[in-house]
Design a protein around this ligand. Structure first.
Ligand SMILES: [Zn+2]
Length: 110
């Protein structure tokens, strides 16, 4: 297989099939005017969207939660404002609220 080279017209890196291929495929077809570039652009965008949607669906579906419900329950119990002196109330209360929200999201995702 030949090495990649840079298209002198647009600067894209491309893999020439033959050593005589000087331009990237896009520039070659643009010059020969045998491509409908608007259609090619739309096809690329559609493919990109579809790939993105599939990748996102796969990633979300297979993602491991970053924290377990058990660990969240333990953290909520430890942070609860009732367990802390008055001067730490706001910090404990805010942290507990954030942990409760995270637990809610984790349960909804399960
Ligand atoms: Zn090019």
């Amino acid at each position: 297989m030949s090495e990649q080279k840079e298209c002198p017209n647009c600067g894209r890196r491309f893999q020439p099939v033959l050593r005589t291929h000087l331009l990237c495929r896009v520039c070659f077809h643009e010059r020969s005017r045998d491509y409908d570039m608007a259609l090619a652009e739309e096809a690329w965008r559609s493919g990109y969207r579809l790939g993105f949607q599939r990748g996102h669906a796969d990633g979300v579906g297979n993602a491991e939660p970053f924290i377990s419900l058990g660990l969240l329950d333990a953290a909520i119990a430890l942070c609860h404002p009732d367990r802390h002196p008055e001067e730490r109330f706001h910090n404990a209360n805010g942290t507990t609220a954030a942990l409760l929200a995270a637990r809610k999201r984790l349960r909804e995702a399960a």
